[in-house]
Design a protein around this ligand. Structure first.
Ligand SMILES: Nc1ncnc2c1ncn2[C@@H]1O[C@H](COP(=O)(O)OP(=O)(O)OP(=O)(O)O)[C@@H](O)[C@H]1O
Ligand code: SF4
Ligand SMILES: [Mg+2]
Length: 428
């Protein structure tokens, strides 16, 4: 039923028309991320000493591919996520970036347990309980703690429900407040996200894109989550509105101590919001580091290519003056390349890259990279840095003279790491 006082409007022409009293989206001056940064709206700070709220270890999601016909047999698997490990600190944000189809959303859906992983563990909360294979009943309390903000504010809100119903539904499902307290809580949440609390009885199509995303954020906040998976939360929004929504998320994070897994393909947005960033390629994490190390000292050829395509990062004086164009398409995750999955597009690939998968090697206090020839742009070494650690020769064949060492097994950071210059383990 439509509210006769507030009839739904054309989605193309939402309630931002004349005379409408609406949120910050329409009143604030549009600011780009570069302007925001220079106007003193600080990027989110790193919480280096925070305990992890989430520890993901060797996580895999392989979707079966079925044959056609009456008897549908499994004839292969889409290796959407294939053995990723990382941590999200309590109240901190980890950015997840990479080209389309690299497995970002699948990772988000695994963490919110919309999918059950094929393998691996996901330890969550203070007790770091493994939630990877919990039953729905066991998961119920957890669902309150892990929420998701979806990419598209136009399709993620039910057009037939009022904002009050949408935001209040989780309260009713989880019975966290008495019925008569649902509306006051909904109005409080609307206010928190910068919407008029009196608009609880309006419908989603009466709001602009930015306002709808604020509704989606209010819904995600309803149950006081500890972790929010934000899957491309601003990419469907106009660029000026993007900055405001990211600012809102920053403010909410600071106020409510919420951790974020922030999925995006826009490296400028991620740089502003995430003090730590993981780069994915074809189901693997190829580089993960704190913001400064990743944006100023990327060591993986894929990260370097991604960064070279971002104008304001390119011009920031980190030696990425020319755009690096990657040849060819991303290979199929059903039959990924052997060894390093990036090798079919990598300008540096050598024999070892086809034979041996590069481990995610820690090369700094908060920097890991998976490349046999890891190095800053223009300074990649001529011989594989990983060979000695993996017990192989330069071509990647087993070397009886060296003993393989366990590398890249810790989902967090070790106190010691492999120094690429001296080729030795060092510590701070
Ligand atoms: N339910 C599914 N069944 C089979 N394959 C799937 C399923 N979901 C995703 N995939 C495949 O897994 C791979 C990773 O998909 P995913 O949606 O995680 O990528 P993404 O990084 O989020 O991409 P985008 O940036 O386009 O959103 C893709 O090849 C996709 O086709
Ligand atoms: S391991 Fe080889 S193919 Fe892979 S990124 Fe490094 S140089 Fe390129
Ligand atoms: Mg996606």
């Amino acid at each position: 039923m439509t509210d006769v006082n507030h009839p739904p409007q054309d989605p193309e022409n939402p309630a931002v028309a004349e005379g409408e009293e609406l949120s910050a989206d329409n009143r604030e001056q549009p600011l780009s991320f570069a302007q925001l940064a220079s106007s003193g709206h600080a990027a989110t700070a790193l919480k280096a000493d925070a305990e992890p709220v989430l520890t993901v270890e060797d996580l895999k999601m392989w979707f079966p591919v079925k044959s056609s016909g009456l008897v549908r047999r499994t004839i292969g698997h889409v290796q959407a996520v294939d053995g990723i490990s990382f941590q999200v600190p309590r109240g901190g944000s980890l950015g997840l970036v990479g080209e389309s189809g690299c497995g970002k959303s699948t990772t988000g859906r695994l963490i919110t347990r919309l999918y059950t992983p094929t393998a691996g563990s996901m330890r969550f909360g203070e007790k770091q309980v493994d939630i990877a294979h919990m039953s729905n009943r066991e998961l119920k309390p957890l669902r309150r703690d892990v929420q998701m903000i979806f990419q598209d504010p136009y399709t993620s809100l039910n057009p037939r429900h009022t904002v009050g119903t949408i935001v209040g539904a989780p309260l009713e499902v989880h019975k966290v407040v008495p019925k008569d307290k649902v509306l006051p809580r909904v109005q409080e949440l609307l206010e928190i996200v910068g919407l008029n609390p009196e608009h609880y009885n309006r419908y989603p199509n009466e709001f602009s894109g930015g306002q709808r995303q604020r509704i989606g954020i209010a819904r995600a906040l309803t149950l006081n989550p500890k972790l929010l998976v934000a899957d491309e939360p601003v990419s469907a929004l106009d660029v000026s509105i993007q900055a405001q929504v990211v600012n809102l998320l920053q403010e909410l994070q600071a106020e409510f101590d919420i951790a974020f897994l922030f999925i995006a393909h826009d490296l400028a947005v991620v740089r502003h919001f995430c003090p730590e960033v993981a780069v994915m390629y074809l189901g693997k994490i190829v580089e993960i580091a704190d913001r400064e190390s990743l944006y100023a000292h990327a060591h993986h050829p894929y990260t370097q290519a991604l960064l070279s395509a971002v104008p304001d990062i390119k011009s920031a004086g980190h030696g990425r003056r020319e755009r690096i164009r990657l040849e060819g398409d991303v290979p199929s995750p059903i039959n990924p390349p052997s060894g390093c999955r990036f090798r079919t597009r990598c300008p540096l690939a050598q024999e070892i890259c086809a034979k041996v998968e590069p481990p995610l090697l820690q090369i700094g206090p908060r920097h890991k990279v998976a490349c046999h020839f890891a190095g800053e742009l223009g300074q990649h070494p001529a011989t594989p840095v990983t060979a000695g650690l993996l017990g192989v020769d330069r071509q990647g064949s087993p070397d009886p003279g060296t003993k393989p060492q366990p590398v890249g097994t810790n989902p967090g950071y070790d106190k010691e790491w492999f120094d690429l210059g001296s080729q030795q383990m060092v510590s701070a």
